[in-house]
Design a protein around this ligand. Structure first.
Ligand code: ASP
Ligand code: MG
Length: 412
């Protein structure tokens, strides 16, 4: 009997009616002969409200307590779901992350999954129950409650699908799939039928809000087919799958804009071996995720400016750390800029096509959009630009790469 994992995001369980709808979906799947595991987010904007409440009492709440607080949101939705299923005459049981043995490291607010005890779930499924698991949360070896980072229920779902060897992990959300770009910015954005893990991973980490990027890493590593689809309709959404040769024919698959970025610049760093290592080791010790690193050497190689981008939520802490480093290493100054955004184009076809970067720069240049930094990987070209130019850049690049047109021969 195949297992299907169904994850419902906050908007898909926002009220009693929506919980009922999700319950009926799980029941239909079960009646088709599958074993069903549901992974739920907190109802609607619950997590945001809890964060706001915490901030009313403490502007930098202890992270352990923050995790304790935020995980309550998911407990509300899983227990209500079990009640809805029971009311419909179906046996169901809800579990917290800790109860299903979802063990994480001890990094509060952005914990990483270390292991999951699948046996507990298997035995309940074998007993004929629908199993409902709280998304986004885990437990440390010492028994402390952790969370996987905002949006982390996706990761819970895909990780569970991996350990349970599920046939598919369905991600139910308020959009009907993955789009070539954010349709709120570019109404001509197109829903894709397929996308590869690598492309989706880049889109997710570059700001396409659809999925938690770590969930895609899991999907790729354990080859879990992920189906992103709407909780309101029965139409097919977007399948995230392993790469096929035909996929490379499309040069650019999507355009993303990452807005919650800030740049930190260390000005006048002595240009000596080992300093970059020291700076970034310190930043890593504080679990600050660095996006791009930009270094310029000047003064006949004696000095350098080292800049990096990080998320807006981490920039204050990053700045404090860098100011300490200033004193220790003799760096002149630390500057921050919160008005930056990163516009990126993504496509595995870039591996085999040329002229992609110049086409991107031309489109931006013609619109007088200044590029502050360029970063590239095998399947991504990203430009750091002024935040105010972000939306226009999305539209320009969507047009320049004709993403509104349905590509041929690509399995779409
Ligand atoms: N409820 C959590 C959040 O809002 C986790 C999730 O929805 O995936 O971030
Ligand atoms: Mg989400």
């Amino acid at each position: 009997m195949s297992i299907i994992v169904q994850k419902f995001g906050g908007t898909s369980v926002a009220d009693a009616e929506k919980i009922g709808r999700a319950a009926r979906r799980a029941i239909r799947t079960k009646l088709k002969g599958h074993q069903v595991v549901m992974v739920l987010s907190a109802m609607g904007k619950t997590t945001d409200q809890l964060v706001a409440l915490a901030n009313e009492l403490n502007s930098s709440p202890p992270q352990r307590e923050m995790d304790m607080l935020l995980t309550t949101g998911e407990q509300v939705s899983i227990s209500l779901m079990a009640m809805a299923l029971a009311a419909a005459g179906h046996e169901a049981i809800s579990f917290t992350g800790g109860q299903v043995g979802l063990v994480t490291d001890a990094v509060h607010a952005k914990a990483r999954i270390q292991s999951i005890d699948a046996q507990r779930i298997h035995s309940q499924l074998d007993a004929g129950k629908i199993v409902i698991v709280a998304g986004f949360q885990g437990i440390t070896d010492e028994g402390a409650i952790t969370t996987l980072g905002r949006g982390g229920s996706d990761t819970t779902a895909v990780a569970l699908a991996a350990v349970l060897k599920a046939a598919e992990c369905e991600i139910y959300t308020d959009v009907d799939g993955v789009y070539t770009t954010d349709p709120r910015i570019e109404p001509r954005a197109r829903k894709m039928d397929y996308i590869s893990y690598d492309e989706m991973l880049e889109l997710a980490s570059l700001g396409a809000g659809v999925m938690h990027s770590r969930s895609i890493e899991f999907g790729k590593k354990y080859n879990v087919p992920i189906h992103v689809r709407s909780s309101l309709t029965d139409t097919k959404g977007t399948l995230i799958v392993a790469e096929t040769p035909g996929m490379e024919q499309i040069v650019v698959r999507g355009v993303t804009l990452k807005r919650d970025l800030a740049r930190v610049e260390l000005v006048g760093v002595p240009n000596e071996p080992g300093l970059a290592a020291r700076i970034f080791a310190r930043i890593a010790e504080h679990n600050i995720v660095v996006d791009d690193i930009i270094q310029n050497v000047y003064g006949h190689g004696r000095e350098a400016n080292i800049g990096f981008t990080t998320t807006l939520s981490d920039v204050k802490e990053a700045c404090v750390i860098c100011q300490q480093l200033c004193k220790e290493i003799g760096i002149q100054d630390v500057e921050t800029d919160e008005n930056v955004a990163k516009i990126s184009i993504v496509g595995i076809g870039m591996k085999t096509h040329t002229g992609v970067a110049s086409r991107m720069f031309k489109a931006l240049g013609e619109a007088m959009i200044n590029i502050q930094n360029i970063s590239t990987s095998e399947i991504v070209i990203g430009c750091l630009i002024d935040k105010k130019d972000g939306e226009q850049a999305v539209k320009l690049l969507h047009e320049a790469f004709e993403l509104d047109k349905s590509p041929e021969n690509n399995g779409d």
